[in-house]
Design a protein around this ligand. Sequence first.
Ligand SMILES: [Zn+2]
Length: 440
Amino acid sequence: MDEYFIIKSLHEAAKWGNLDKIKTLLSNNLSLKQRIDNPDDNGWTALMFAAKNNHGDVIEFLLENGAEPLLINQAGETAEDIAGQYKNLEICIAIRTCNKSKAKNDSINFFSHEPLQRCAERRNDKEWLECTMKTSDAKFILYNNLQPLVKENNDKTISIYRLLYSDVEDFIACGALVILLGSEKLIEENETGNNIWFGVNISHIGCGDLTTRFSGCKWLSKALPKQLMLVATDATIIGQGRSIFCWHRYNRFCSICGSSTRFKEAGYKLICSNEHCESHNGVHNVSYPRVDPVVIMLVISSDHNYCLLGRKIGFPDRMWSCLAGFMEPGETIDDAVKREVYEESGVIIDSVRYLSSQPWPFPSSLMIGCIAVAATRPDNTNLKIDRKELEDARWFTKEQANMALFPRHYKFVSDRIILPPSQAIAHKIIKNWLRIKPNL
Ligand SMILES: [Zn+2]
């Protein structure tokens, strides 16, 4: 059947509540699931037709099969808006529930998928570490100048080039630094068959060309687009190792007395070689890996209909994102959000809500994602933009944000803005704002 007629049939079946027809269409056209949201000339999707005509079973089926409830038609209405206009309250509840569940899934950010069990209790257990490294459970990632060894998959995604002890034994014998990254699950006593991950830094010993030794391997470029091609679970493991090795690199000398440092606790502590150094007494933040907290916030208007976005100097054309900035000592998260927003845009914030956080291993930031409600009206003429930080800042409507989040769906809109990709927490915060009315 012609593509136009397949979509038209889907829309007709959704309109009339013919669930059997929809199921038949999907089973006869396997790729239709990817186009389940294809709109008609007015931007109406199958979900919208079912919402208007109060077909709860069709709504449930479409949502289960990936229909996106955030999409809007050319009048700017979502399926939930349409259900509301026709007083189809059960449909509204079903869509809202779906949005909540999608928002919950979205709170797992890139670089934080299925993080490893850190096994901190094993870090001082030299015997266990040496033994485990030599078993087939041990998996190693090589790092050279903070670049991990990876391979490209057929679908263009990038994975860790998983190595065994026999692959890295000679590097370790030459003095490569080994850190314990963790276990894929909790380690029971004498348990086997559980991957235990180690990072191996060979930056200071050199390695020559590894491509003949490890077929298809390459060093992952530091450029961000490449990093975002990583398989999500691998990105988390790679990011953890990268931050630790970067911390080693920048702390080769004690920041209190200037003597050289060496690492302990499987890579998680640096100690000063000068036994009289003050750092040996008490807890000092020169001894433990640093994490740099960054607040990143979507500022929204008090009616929740507008958001404030900024353009950093050097952003690609039409690209906008959430405001963000490093926290300062002595600040709460709320204080940092309020200060950064005021400094960069002149907007005063009334209330702040934390959403989720994202480790960002370049080198070791922790992005703290928040939604912040402005105390003043969304007025572009009142913004006081810090031109040293931002090229521009501006208020945008929900519709503009929506069209930027689903660019393939709104191909007909030519002046769309561009938002950061789905791996960035800014993307998730903006989507969360559209999915759930913030309780602020
Ligand atoms: Zn010292």
